[in-house]
Design a binder for this molecule. Structure first.
Ligand code: FE2
Length: 425
């Protein structure tokens, strides 16, 4: 007897009328039209069943703090960093935990069940680190939270930066972070990449670095990151986040760089919502769009995922833990409007994001975790177009969240609704 049988589902790869058999929190079988006894059978009614969304780049220590102590007037990355610096001395652990837990509730309701969050290690108190380690423990039954030791003010630029970061790792933070473009010089930035990659290799950790989040085309720390990943045998364990300088780089240099990144096994996370708003702020017209070269990286064989980065914090006042909104913006900024392009944007917030995060048991095959989101959409294009309603969210076979089907009701005299064209939301 199965624990759960989901029938009549569409899958992201386009297969229709599919059933998924679940036992002991894992997928036992995925096949068309399965009929087997189960404790519970759910008719998916032809809606899209996907593995859950994953966010490979977030800042949970700052989330939901919008307006504290003031809002970012210029909208720039640098004012955001300065504003975060004003907020940090005012932070209380219990408020930070409460905001982070509220965000995790939003995430679960949206079918977002794995988040990689950077956590600021610049202050010797390590208050954000201790608070997010507590959050990680509390959400563990329903959400995978990975933490990155992130020296926001520069690991070399900040007094005691290396020691603070190492202490965060000692406390249980999973991944080594960095911010080479915020160090004092290009040389210091490159030195920070080398130092942090060596630290990760010594400790057997993964690396996820904010890399070249700038419009400066000469910011080339991704090149050093790729080199160090290869030199230290960290292939498949290193990620470059943002990489927005690639948007402004000379094409000739980019044509050398892309194969180097692919060869090094470094993945890239673009953050479309944030970089469409933060980058190009020093331009008049034309204004650069400031997202990294997503389709070109994908074509070169690099794993590329999309992150949310910020929700209601010193850098960004919008957002709602909706990774379909992230995919929607990514699709627009990268002009990925072809059918393969749209599918790649869906992968960027599901399978590719899971690969960046190294999540075991992720996927829609026998043996994978029975973790899914049932979307009120007929395919991935509709899911992104509508930022579709999440009907049900399961993790390891357990139902975590539900939202009723929604459809608009119009009251137009003499104009009955044609249900073939109903837009669901
Ligand atoms: Fe970030």
């Amino acid at each position: 007897m199965l624990d759960l049988l989901i029938t009549n589902a569409r899958l992201p790869d386009g297969r229709d009328g599919m059933s998924v058999a679940i036992q002991d929190g894992r997928i036992r079988e995925v096949a068309a039209g399965l009929d087997a006894p189960a404790h519970e059978t759910i008719d998916a009614n032809g809606w899209l069943l996907s593995p859950p969304f994953c966010d490979p780049h977030f800042h949970m220590d700052a989330t939901l703090s919008y307006g504290l102590p003031r809002v970012n007037e210029s909208g720039t990355l640098l004012e955001g960093i300065a504003l975060w610096g004003e907020l940090k001395p005012l932070l209380k652990a219990e408020d930070l935990v409460a905001r982070a837990l509220a965000y995790c509730d939003w995430a679960v309701a949206r079918g977002l069940l794995a988040i990689r969050s950077h956590v600021d290690t610049s202050d010797p108190s390590l208050l954000p680190v201790e608070a997010l380690l507590e959050v990680k423990k509390r959400v563990a039954p329903y959400l995978d939270l990975q933490l990155v030791a992130f020296p926001q003010d520069g690991v070399l630029r900040t007094k005691g930066g290396v020691e603070n970061l190492e202490r965060a790792l000692d406390l249980g933070v999973d991944i080594v972070g960095g911010i080479p473009h915020f160090e004092r010089t290009m040389a210091e930035g490159a030195a920070s990449v080398k130092l942090l990659c060596e630290l990760a290799a010594e400790r057997g950790k993964r690396v996820d670095m904010h890399c070249d989040e700038t419009d400066d085309p000469l910011s080339r720390h991704i090149e050093t990151l790729a080199f160090e990943a290869q030199r230290l045998g960290l292939q498949g364990r290193v990620n470059g986040s943002h990489c927005t300088s690639m948007h402004s780089m000379d094409n000739y240099y980019a044509s050398k760089l892309l194969p180097l990144i692919a060869e090094s096994g470094v993945s890239v996370v673009a953050n479309p919502l944030i970089n469409i708003t933060l980058q190009g702020r020093h331009d008049s017209y034309p204004k650069r769009r400031g997202m990294t070269r997503v389709p070109e990286l994908m074509a070169a064989g690099v794993t590329v995922a999309f992150g949310h980065d910020c929700v209601m914090d010193p850098w960004y006042g919008m957002g709602s833990a909706d990774m379909l909104e992230v995919a929607h913006m990514g699709l627009h900024v990268a002009q990925m409007t072809s059918q393969p392009g749209i599918r790649a944007c869906f992968d960027a917030v599901t399978t590719n994001a899971a690969r960046v995060m190294g999540l075991p048991g992720y996927g829609l095959e026998a043996g994978c975790d029975a973790s899914f989101v049932l979307l009120q959409a007929r395919d991935v294009t509709e899911a992104i177009r509508l930022r579709a309603n999440r009907l049900k969210v399961w993790r390891k076979g357990k139902l975590l969240a539900e939202t009723a089907e929604v459809a608009p009701r119009l009251h137009l005299e003499g104009r009955p609704m044609d249900t073939r064209f109903i837009t669901v939301r």
